[in-house]
Design a protein around this ligand. Structure first.
Ligand code: CP
Length: 324
């Protein structure tokens, strides 16, 4: 088995959190530590033997109460690459269907001696609630429309592969901001690192007063793309919208979808998307497949970022002293 990476204790001391519940409370130093560590693990993933013994003896449960492809597979792969013991739980087919609560489910799983829990849940705050029910380290893999911190970290890592600094980087986040945990986590992460964030979408999909988070808002795509380095298109989350908040998907694409014409007008613009993509809605299908769309690099970096988060949080002493 390939040799692992080791961080000096002074590097680890930068991390003041025991859990990863969101990026709202993570400092620039903490985020940079995770990104630096992820880059080392990215190198491990290029080796012929992509496994290190770093988390041997640690047991991680993946609690998925909501659908996922990328995050779930990526966490599972990250745990396996670190030699952790992994258990997968999905709400469908479990005793949740018999009425068991989140607290009881988590406490019963922890009674089987689990060290870390990754949770995706439809309710905002579910990971925070778990920190009060169990001793395990909790990692938020997406809670309702609240936060998706590992997605934002992998987005940051992907941007960092193209730009030498976040200071002054112009990033536009496009689409359904109101229902997007990815947008919230990216706003926290990007502004902490000094990037300029612009939000763009229909008025009905941008929360009133969001400017207090240090972002600029526009409802015109052309304005959002002017001088923009990275455009991050978000999925229209039809499943989280109570009522139709714009006339039609066709009309949404006309006003806010990125097309080849936009790429031609902005020759240095990079396109990102957290997935899953609604082809022909947020992005024209040809844009998804374009060389300046770095969507699959985001996915690849997701494994390295999740390895870094698991590694760093597994290394911290108990008990919980973090600001939440
Ligand atoms: N980006 C993301 O969270 O994708 P999944 O829902 O497939 O995990």
């Amino acid at each position: 088995m390939a040799e692992t990476i080791d961080l000096a204790p002074e590097q680890l001391s930068v991390l003041h959190h025991r859990h990863l519940l969101g990026l709202a409370t993570y400092s620039a130093e903490e985020i940079h530590l995770i990104l630096r560590t992820a880059r080392e693990f990215r190198e491990v993933l290029e080796r012929p033997i992509k496994r290190v013994p770093t988390l041997r003896g640690i047991t991680v449960v993946n609690l998925f109460f909501e659908a996922s492809t990328r995050t779930r597979i990526s966490f599972e792969l990250a745990e396996k690459r670190l030699s952790a013991d992994t258990i997968n739980f999905s709400a469908s087919g479990s005793s949740v269907s018999k009425g068991e609560t989140l607290k009881d489910t988590a406490q019963n799983i922890e009674a089987m001696k689990v060290d870390m829990a990754v949770i995706r849940h439809q309710s905002p705050g579910a990971p925070h609630f778990l920190t009060r029910c169990v001793e395990a380290v909790i990692i938020n893999a997406g809670d309702g429309a609240h936060e998706h911190p590992t997605q934002a970290l992998l987005d940051l890592m992907t941007m960092a592969e193209h730009f030498s600094t976040f200071e002054g980087l112009n990033v536009s986040i496009l689409g359904d901001i109101t229902h997007s945990r990815v947008a919230r986590s990216n706003i926290f992460g990007l502004t902490a690192l000094g990037a300029n964030v612009t939000l763009c979408g229909p008025k009905t999909l941008i929360p009133v007063g969001v400017e207090h988070l240090g972002v600029r808002v526009t409802h015109r795509l052309d304005e959002a793309l002017e001088g923009c380095d990275v455009a991050m298109a978000l999925r229209i989350q039809l499943e989280r919208q109570g009522a139709s908040l714009f006339p039609s998907l066709r009309e949404y694409h006309e006003h806010f979808g990125i097309t080849l014409a936009h790429l031609a007008r902005h020759p240095d613009l990079l396109i990102m998307h957290p997935g899953p993509v609604n082809r022909g809605v947020e992005l024209a299908s040809e844009v998804v497949d374009h060389e300046r769309a770095i969507i699959l690099d985001q996915v690849t970096n997701g494994v390295a970022v999740r390895m870094a988060v698991l590694y760093l949080l597994a290394g911290l002493p108990r008990p919980n002293t973090e600001p939440q």
